[in-house]
Design a protein around this ligand. Structure first.
Ligand SMILES: Nc1nc2c([nH]c(=O)n2[C@H]2C[C@H](O)[C@@H](COP(=O)(O)OP(=O)(O)OP(=O)(O)O)O2)c(=O)[nH]1
Length: 169
């Protein structure tokens, strides 16, 4: 495993329809994670807070807005031979305004909780996404090989207390 010398902050937002047990995912059409279903999100910009970045990405990628985003998870990802880790702040909301629409980056689609396409998602999602759907908070770290698929090391826990604001490297 290479030594981690820095991290990049990212957001990841899931829109839920909890009464019908459905989740809105997007097929990523370009860039990092291309060809995978995921929540909406991206890099936090210099002039915004993590929460502001989350609202912006949801609107840019799915054309929906929400009055409330709940921070439910903190994840750290590392990749072999890359000294920069990705710190991903995971949010969820059960309320949204507007109709999800395809953007340049994402093609949105609703899935039932019992038909989530884990085979076409990041490998780690199958471990922590169910925790989110059980209305719990989680913190985890996944160390990947350079292929961005094979996991070398992982730690994940459900927490009852407040999430730490960031991952101490
Ligand atoms: N579900 C899941 N999401 C992940 C994992 N790793 C990871 O970076 N993500 C998320 C965090 C971000 O929401 C997204 C990557 O952001 P991005 O590179 O598309 O950022 P961006 O939209 O600012 O990029 P761009 O405009 O420069 O293309 O993928 C993972 O293992 N599982």
């Amino acid at each position: 495993m290479s030594t981690i010398t820095g991290k990049k902050q990212l957001t990841l937002i899931f829109v839920l329809d909890e009464s019908n047990k459905k989740i809105l995912l997007g097929m990523k059409k370009r860039g990092f994670g291309h060809g995978k279903f995921n929540g909406f999100g991206g890099k936090v910009e210099k002039d915004e807070t993590i929460l502001e970045g989350a609202h912006r990405e949801l609107e840019e990628e799915a054309f929906v807005t929400t009055p409330e985003l709940h921070r439910v998870g903190l994840l750290l990802f590392t990749f072999e031979n890359d000294p920069k880790a990705l710190e991903v702040h995971v949010f969820k909301t059960n309320t949204y305004n507007g109709e999800p629409k395809e953007s340049e980056e994402m093609r949105p689609e609703w899935f039932s909780y019992d038909a989530i396409p884990y085979d076409t998602m990041w490998y780690d999602d199958q471990y922590w996404l169910p925790i989110m759907l059980q209305d719990k908070h989680f913190i985890g770290r996944f160390d990947f090989k350079e292929d961005q698929t094979t996991i070398i090391n992982e730690e994940l826990k459900t927490i009852d207390t407040e999430l730490p604001s960031e991952w101490e490297l």
